[in-house]
Write a protein that binds this ligand. Structure first.
Ligand code: AMP
Length: 190
């Protein structure tokens, strides 16, 4: 199985690149942000609770997202592999993911970390907010909070995967095609 963590701050291009990687490598895309937005769209209790936190730009509880990922892994047992997008976002989530995958005799092959400067992130998110319909994409204060959450709780995962020799840094500058080519180079060299 080819299991990849596509990593990076909000607005770094994970969603855009995931769509291309899924098509190129025949993988299943698992975005906890998308799964949560789907819960919100269906008006579930989980969605209502998550929305309050998402609108503030803070993370939802680990057990909520771990549970969602577990169900998706169970539902896609014959997959060639997964791209994890926006998950894990905390050390506890990364540990839980390692355990879940080990229970299925597989593991994370690589963390592909997109590196994009702060100002560029804010610019991209505000641009996306013009038609994404996401309330967390339009308010610069909330966007700042999301990036702060990333720096505080999510960035430490770089060291977590570095220790496992799985960390690959990709400069997220250039066209979508150029960044995609860089990602493919890393994957093809694994
Ligand atoms: P995203 O679409 O990945 O930018 O996520 C949007 C929002 O969903 C985040 O700001 C969090 O509130 C929540 N979220 C998504 N994924 C996670 C996760 N793995 N852990 C905690 N919260 C998450």
């Amino acid at each position: 199985m080819l299991n990849l963590v596509l990593f990076g701050p909000p607005g770094c291009g994970k969603g855009t690149q995931s769509a291309r990687l899924v098509a190129a490598y025949n993988l299943i895309h698992l975005s906890t942000g998308d799964l949560l937005r789907s819960e919100i769209a269906h008006g579930t209790a989980l969605g209502l609770e998550a929305k309050k936190l998402m609108d503030q730009g803070v993370l939802v509880p680990d057990e909520v997202v771990i549970g969602m990922i577990n169900s998706k892994l169970e539902a896609n047992k014959s997959a060639k592999g997964f791209i994890f997008d926006g998950f894990p976002r905390t050390i506890a989530q990364a540990e839980a993911l390692d355990k879940l995958l080990a229970g299925k005799n597989t593991s994370i092959k690589a963390m592909l970390a997109l590196d994009v400067e702060y100002d560029e992130l804010v610019k991209r998110i505000l641009h996306r907010g013009e038609d994404s319909g996401r309330s967390d994409d339009t308010d610069p204060v909330i966007i700042g909070k999301r990036i702060e959450e990333y720096n505080k709780k999510t960035a430490p995962l770089i060291e977590y995967y570095q220790k496992q020799n799985k960390y690959h840094r990709i400069i997220g500058k250039g066209t979508i095609e150029e960044i995609f080519a860089k990602l493919c180079n890393v994957i093809d060299s694994l």
